[in-house]
Design a protein around this ligand. Structure first.
Ligand code: ASP
Length: 439
């Protein structure tokens, strides 16, 4: 069985839902994971924020507007009167729930319950649309099997057992539809797999059922070798290893949730990235194949803070780095990049929630300098560190100021830290040097 995940734009319009129907209606058994319609989760986040800020009128206005938009979509999608009425009743229940939320005390659980409505709406609507089109499908409620543990990691044993149980209870069908993103936590409260988490849902299910393949359908034809939002002449990459895909996703390639490949890597279940609007395009295949070497792709991650820790006490001393790392450990802040010299160590973090405390602790042992608004540019490819073309990337030193370089930490990754204002220029120039092969 395959698992196919369709993102927000794929279910964001009637036309795109028709594309999805055509893609999935091929007689093969599959699980279809859906995101919320594009824009919905952002609206729900804003509604939850209004409730938190006690801006009840604004929350109610947004709820009413969104309700109206959903009714319009239902009218465009469902001409079958019975189904149209049934889905509108479901949609109204959801919006009545949201209205009731505006009178409740704000909490994380309330927020998560609000955010979950987007996927509940899209799956209910799409399942009804398939019914109208004579395509047999069954809805599998994700909240009956998708679970995270106390560390917010998927609870695989419970998911495997739960998925089997819901599958047994469901009407036999070729197409099983379920919600991405949403899950229950250890307290049985509604939670989620973080923004963009529907990709992760798909690979978690893929691992739970040992799927033959997981497909992530979006609105772009695969992972590109550079960020198409900022750089011209980017190209889709036909093959990536699990490691390369994980690095790119972690370091900012927006097409994939950072955890996507984790559940399927050990079982070597391939992940294919496809374009709903252009199903014939090859896309990107992610598997354990390492046959291509050299720089394949780059991605950039913003909102990075660089911390320089300078101390004469580092000279010939052991145990200094241990003390530094203990501070980050104490404040549960992970470090992304690190470079050292005799008297200083520079490192980066992407979570600055505890920055003030961290600095206060570090100042007890060293002089500290902090630079905010930095971006990590991550270059990825098999054996790039030894590849004869890789030196070309250092031509970038003539174009922009590089704050840090991490080379040799692994054979497959080279990271550069630049000021965010230099990011686009750096990506474009690296693209020219490495992919357009400017000499
Ligand atoms: N709807 C959620 C989001 O917008 C999850 C997803 O689309 O993957 O983040």
């Amino acid at each position: 069985m395959k698992v196919l995940k369709f993102g927000g734009t794929s279910v964001g319009s009637v036309e795109n839902m028709q594309n999805v129907k055509n893609i999935i209606n091929d007689g093969e058994k599959k699980v279809v994971v859906l995101s919320a319609m594009s824009g919905t989760t952002n609206h729900l986040v804003a509604i939850a924020q209004n409730i938190a800020d006690k801006k009840t009128d604004e929350a109610l206005d947004s709820i009413n507007n969104l309700h109206e938009t959903y009714f319009q979509t239902v009218d465009k999608l469902l001409f079958n009167e019975t189904l149209n009425k049934d889905v509108k009743a479901y949609v109204s229940d959801v919006f009545n729930f949201l209205i009731a939320c505006t009178y409740k005390e704000f909490s994380k659980v309330l927020e998560n319950s609000i955010l979950a409505q987007g996927e509940l709406l899209s799956t209910y609507m799409f399942n009804s649309y398939l019914k109208q089109e004579g395509v047999k499908s069954a809805l599998l409620p994700a909240l009956n099997f998708m679970r995270i543990n106390a560390e917010n990691e998927p609870d695989m044993e419970s998911i495997k057992a739960g998925f089997k149980a819901v599958l047994n209870e469901a009407e036999p069908s070729d197409i099983y539809i379920t919600q991405g993103f949403i899950c229950l936590d250890v307290n049985d409260d509604i939670s989620n797999l973080q923004r963009g988490g529907s990709d992760y849902t798909a690979t978690i299910i893929g691992a739970a059922i040992k799927a033959e393949e997981v497909q992530i359908w979006t609105d772009i034809d695969g992972m590109h070798n550079n960020d198409p939002r900022y750089v011209d002449n980017t190209k889709p990459i036909s093959n990536l290893s699990f490691e390369e895909a994980a690095e790119l996703a972690y370091f900012g390639a927006k097409i994939l949730h950072p955890q996507t490949v984790t559940p399927v890597r050990d079982d070597n279940i391939p992940v294919r990235l496809k374009n709903t609007m252009k199903p014939e395009a090859y896309g990107t295949l992610i598997n354990s194949d390492h046959s291509e070497v050299g720089v394949k792709a780059m991605a950039a991650k913003d909102n990075i803070t660089a911390i320089k820790i300078k101390s004469a006490r580092m000279l010939n001393a052991h145990g200094f780095l241990k003390k530094v790392f203990e501070v980050f450990e104490q404040y549960q802040t992970s470090i992304d990049m690190i470079t050292t010299s005799e008297v200083a160590v520079s490192l980066t973090i992407d979570n600055d929630a505890n920055l003030e405390n961290i600095i206060a602790e570090l100042e007890k042992i060293a002089h500290i300098e902090v630079d905010k608004n930095q971006s990590i540019i991550c270059l990825v490819g098999h054996c790039i560190v030894n590849h004869p073309e890789t030196h070309k990337l250092f031509q970038i030193l003539q174009d922009v100021k590089i704050r840090m370089i991490s080379y040799g930490g692994s054979n497959n990754n080279i990271s550069l830290l630049v000021d965010t204002k230099d990011k686009i220029n750096t990506l474009q120039k690296l693209n020219d040097y490495l992919f357009e092969l400017v000499v």
